[in-house]
Design a protein around this ligand. Structure first.
Ligand code: MEV
Length: 418
């Protein structure tokens, strides 16, 4: 079995790191060349076809988190993020989780929810009419995707609800669509638009919006891991982590930051694999408030042996076919690095990375604080910005950290002295 625990990965040079990733994920020479030479992925010409008024492309760092084991399979996890410490923190958490078998995760099947807003209708009499015609509605919806229909997926169910608003009641018709391994926004919107005329005919009302809901509660993912007591650093640290968690549970101001740490991991993998990160964020934050009060996406407790148990649950709408993955060579390669074969597998990894990230953040906060680690990386960036060559960086960083004086001026002074 391939092993994601790669000793001292962070100390290796770029060539060595690429060689490891290449062997782990069976990347081709061409794919390695793309990582090395593409400047982050897409050409201007591609960008120009993706958005309006394009004037350039914008790249971010791509790193690899090691040590991940999810459902007994090892992964090297590509993460795209501008923030230092995040990738190191994920790798560290995954290393501790691996002591007790890594992460166990399960994702729901990928059902998208499409919404059709109907106004100027008598909701009570309209609902039975829609329900009686649900097969006809589903057939129209499914005629819009041969691909999904052929796979036995596609629109499966219609539900109706009434909402009361200050401008009167509205009928909301919801279409449940199994989108398989796609994110599914496009097909959902297409199906919603396709069925709208029939909904109007059946209800005698007027359809206003026809759009998917990003609150993807039919695409939930759950992950859990045991963080070994010794690995974490003993009982006191675990107790402090649980205190940190209780702070988040009982205070929205802390919960938002706590969840931000979790999302650092989830969004970094989302970026690497070309997901719609705004959809993921919006759904996660809505779910964090599903009890009526904004809270933590993770749960932390102790088992009978004093090990730390982490759980995460969130809606996660991701895809491995269609969308940007068709266009963006780096997203394609990152998905290959992960080696996932389904959207559910990707969701399981992303939830595990989120849990890992939250663990590392609250462990650091509950012990020495995050600034020490952060500052070291920050110092590295400063040294590099001051013009230090790779072989000069470590010495300058060490000195600035020692002096507790991390600044561009000091880095320049130290550089002049070397
Ligand atoms: C920083 O990006 C994330 C943290 O603030 C998360 C947290 O406070 O739990 C460290």
């Amino acid at each position: 079995m391939v092993d994601s625990s790669i000793p001292k990965f962070f100390e290796k040079n770029r060539k060595e790191k690429l060689e490891i990733v290449k062997n782990f994920s069976n990347l081709t020479e061409t794919e390695i060349e793309i990582i090395k030479n593409s400047g982050g992925g897409i050409s201007f010409e591609q960008a120009d076809t993706m958005v309006e008024n394009a004037i350039g492309v914008f790249s971010l760092p791509l790193g690899i988190a090691t040590n991940f084991q999810v459902n007994q399979k090892d992964y090297l996890v590509p993460m795209v993020i501008e923030e230092s410490s995040v990738i190191a923190a994920a790798s560290k958490a995954a290393k501790i989780a691996k002591i007790q078998g890594g992460f166990s995760a399960k994702a729901d099947e990928s059902f998208c929810i499409g919404q059709i807003q109907v106004v100027d209708t008598d909701t009570k009499s309209s609902i039975p009419k829609i329900m009686q015609s649900s097969q006809e509605i589903l057939d129209i919806a499914n005629s819009k995707s041969q691909t999904l229909s052929k796979m036995g997926k596609g629109a499966k169910e219609i539900t109706c609800k009434e909402i009361k608003t200050e401008v009167g009641p509205m009928l909301i018709v919801e279409l449940l669509i199994d989108v398989g391994d796609a994110m599914g926004a496009n097909v959902t919107n297409t199906m919603c638009e396709a069925i709208a005329p029939l909904i109007e005919k059946l209800t005698g009302g007027r359809v206003v919006l026809r759009i998917l809901s990003n609150y993807s509660t039919r695409r939930m993912v759950r992950a859990t891991a045991i963080f070994d007591k010794q690995g974490v650093g003993g009982e006191q640290v675990i107790d402090n982590i649980i205190l940190a968690y209780q702070f988040a549970v009982n205070d929205e101001y802390r919960a938002v930051t706590h969840n931000k740490g979790t999302m650092n991991g989830i969004i970094a993998v989302a970026n690497a694999t070309g997901q719609d990160s705004r959809a993921i964020e919006a759904a996660a934050n809505a779910f964090a408030a599903h009890s009526g009060r904004y809270g933590s996406l993770t749960k932390w407790s102790k088992d009978k042996n004093g090990n730390l148990i982490g759980n995460i649950e969130l809606p996660l709408s991701v895809g491995i076919v269609g969308g940007i993955i068709n266009v963006h060579p780096m997203a394609k390669i990152c998905t290959k690095i992960l080696g996932v074969t389904s959207a559910q597998e990707l969701a399981c990894i992303m939830a595990s990375v989120g849990l890992a990230q939250n663990f590392s953040a609250i462990m650091a906060l509950a012990t020495e604080g995050i600034q020490k680690g952060h500052m070291k990386l920050h110092a590295k960036n400063i040294a590099s910005a001051a013009g230090a060559k790779p072989e000069q960086i470590d010495k300058i960083v060490q000195k600035m950290v020692q002096e507790n004086n991390i600044s561009l001026n000091r880095a320049k002074e130290l550089l002049d002295q070397t």
